[in-house]
Design a binder for this molecule. Structure first.
Ligand code: FLV
Ligand code: FLV
Length: 400
């Protein structure tokens, strides 16, 4: 790896509390936009890119490879790697394109139209149960955990009785706190589930995602291991990311009363408001998956050498003052908002339309049906999950 004179920083990436913006990201964005960091697990150091334009380059230029990560013990936040080796997360074009295309069909506008009424109906039932339970109640348990699990399971075609197991495997896979062995075992178990599930499914190119993937395997377009890698990543990431991010959205709205009042006064602001929440909420601790430079690349005035690992932070890119006026301010009226919260380049979130749809249903239904909604404890007492990759409340106690 490159010898440079700059120091390598040990990143205390699990230290920020609640939805505090990581102070190291703020500092690097301002003073050292391409720096070197060491994370709690793995070996050595990696480059960390924080500015919007540099993040876009690092995540879309083919000289940075995901495939080259395989087998390298690079410095990272979690003790394990999240995706299975054959998953789309580790693929580069053109293989990436082939894998992605098979899944993308399930997220078409037509498919979203089909899922919207079911999602609304389910959300209204969850709110019926919440009202029956009465205040105070935990929104994570009543809404944010069950709704995204149901939405992605409906998309996939996972039967109701198997869904609690999905939630358990996902919780152990998507944390830095379970230990490598337990997380690897959860990944193997959810992989074994989908291997059996997809092998048993009849090909159905116009059906749910499992049917679509079974059809792609049947046509020889995907290996079964590749289909399983895709299914695990979509099922686990889909439920987990939206659960936590929508929980963070409600937490944020309930702690910014002027912004909440603005949205209540003008419900037509909904999709713009959700995008601003997506931009402003620091979705995760640290950084997710790196890439490896396959040749020397000059980036942000720094020479990155072939073989060096590179992380990009979408969180800091979303606060870049070159792109966003008054970037640290939450402003639900913000117009120009090209945030990178769903990533960028070929690995841009395949489920973004579903995530947006779910978030809009959750936020709008809660505001409509609970006009007096507020936190039941002071904001500083809402517990956030420890050792989280994706940040989110452990419980969200509310009253109305
Ligand atoms: O798939 C990734 C991902 C998903 C997500 O919901 C949050 C993330 O931070 C990430 C990520 O960092 C890297 C991924 O590949
Ligand atoms: O949080 C991470 C993550 C989330 C996810 O939904 C999918 C992923 O592949 C990842 C990942 O690779 C690393 C993470 O920290």
């Amino acid at each position: 790896m490159t010898e440079t004179t700059d120091s390598v920083r040990s990143w205390a990436a699990l230290a920020p509390r609640g939805l505090e913006f990581d102070p190291l990201l703020a500092e690097l964005l301002a003073d050292e936009p391409v720096s070197r960091v060491r994370l709690p697990h793995g070996e050595g150091w990696a480059w960390l890119v924080t500015r919007y334009a540099d993040v876009k380059l690092a995540t879309s230029d083919p000289r940075f490879s995901r495939h080259a990560l395989l087998g390298r013990p690079i410095t990272r936040l979690a003790p394990h790697f999240i995706p299975l080796d054959e998953a789309v997360g580790f693929a580069d074009p053109p293989e990436h394109t082939r894998l992605r295309r098979s899944a993308a069909k399930a997220f078409s506008p037509k498919s979203m139209q089909r899922l919207l009424p079911r999602t609304r109906l389910r959300m209204n039932r969850l709110v019926d149960d919440l009202l029956r339970h009465g205040p105070p109640a935990d929104l994570m348990a009543h809404v944010h955990r069950p709704l995204p699990l149901a939405a992605v399971s409906d998309l996939m075609g996972v039967p109701e009785p198997d869904r609690p197991a999905m939630a358990n495997w996902t919780a152990v896979l998507l944390t830095a706190g379970a230990g490598r062995e337990r997380s690897e075992r959860a990944k193997a178990e959810i992989g074994a589930y989908f291997t059996e599930f997809l092998a048993a499914r009849a090909p159905d190119p116009d059906g749910d995602l499992a049917g679509i993937l079974a059809a792609a395997v049947h046509r020889g377009e995907l290996g079964l291991d590749e289909a399983v890698g895709l299914a695990v990543l979509i099922q686990a990431s889909g439920a987990h990311a939206v659960c936590n991010n929508s929980g963070n959205m409600l937490f944020t709205l309930l702690t910014y009363p002027d912004q909440l009042a603005r949205l209540r006064a003008d419900p037509a602001l909904l999709s713009r408001a959700v995008d601003e929440l997506l931009r402003w909420i620091p979705h995760r601790n640290g950084v997710g998956m790196a890439r490896i430079a396959t040749e020397d690349v000059r980036l942000g005035g720094v020479l990155i050498r072939a073989g060096d690992p590179v992380y990009a932070s979408y969180l800091s890119a979303n606060r870049d003052p070159e792109v966003f006026a008054d970037p640290h301010r939450l402003d639900l009226d913000r117009g120009f908002n090209p945030h990178l919260s769903f990533g960028h380049g070929p690995h841009h979130c395949v489920g973004a339309a579903l995530a947006r749809m779910e978030s809009e249903v959750i936020v709008s239904t809660l505001l409509e049906r609970l006009p007096g909604l507020r936190l039941a404890v002071p904001a500083g007492e809402v517990p956030f999950q420890p050792d989280a990759l994706i940040r989110g409340p452990e419980t969200l106690p509310v009253t109305w």
